[in-house]
Design a protein. Sequence first.
Length: 364
Amino acid sequence: MEVHVDRDAFMRGLQMAHNVVEPRQTLPVLANVLLEAQGDTLRMTATDLEVSVRVTGPAKVMKPGTITISARKLMEIVKELPAAPLALKVQENAWVALRCAGASYRLVGLTPEEFPAVGDGATTGWLTLDGKVLRDMLGQTTFAISHDESRYAHNGVLLAVHDKELRMVATDGHRLALAIRPLTTAGPAMSGIVPRKAVQEVARIVGSGEEVQIAISDNQFMLRMPNVLLMARLIEGTFPNYEQVVPRAHPHRVTLSRAALTAALRRVSVLSEERTKPVRFLLSPGQLKLTANSPDYGEAEEQMEAEFTGEEIAIGFNSRYVLDALGTQGGEQVLIEMKDGLSPGVFKSFEEDGTLCVIMPMRI
């Protein structure tokens, strides 16, 4: 194999592949990126057996062929190279010569025979989306993904398409984030739990102004963009019935400034207990009072204006969870809906943008 590529374009593709490679591998070849030169393209593939990414870019192929090289070392080298043509040539015994401007390297490669087979994303059930929609929905849900490996089905985002609606849901058992977007046309029915790592890679790859395609087929989630294909094995298990978790009756509703609530929560939570960061919300007509205390450091209190009518109600929340929800929702006003002081609270934008977060209360 001998190929010439533009250093900057090669770097962009290599970065996507490098992100998938795990620092510690059970198989040595999984630490490598597979390079395939054919026609007028160079294709890069990386996998950890759960998530795979394939990037295709233009190249001047002098001699077609394949080789695998350490993704980490190749990335470290290319990052330091100037913006100039870059040449790769496979030599005897799988050694690889790399040249760029005045720099030259000889790298130890591995033959591609041991590299795992990665699918080609062949399916017909693709849903086309604006990249910004996908990025926004992921940002509005991924913060609620569980990190508890014993709750495996909670370690990802449930992605579902039904009729003319796309839904994404994540929960860690203490909170649940839901994002819903209407589709202009009925998309192919699909449903699956996309693992955390795949969700993170999608957020890195997808830009705001481009069109993307997603699909679920053969127990895999797939993302397709021009020159990029990402595939991830779905999480096996049953996702909680999230529709039963979202409260339906809301006798108590309060509206207030999202920015003001965020700032006040940050100030008051400084003196809340470190592990669970509890803050007490005391609602009375026209105002919200936030309080927190720590046996070691003291107590804090702040009052703010709020649109609320009805009987006084007190409820406690983990302030980190509330701040996470507020940070991902749009609009200037936030709407908080509650049944009582012992039931979950629903946080959403007053502008009804199809996003909400359900947070379990805390006893304070």
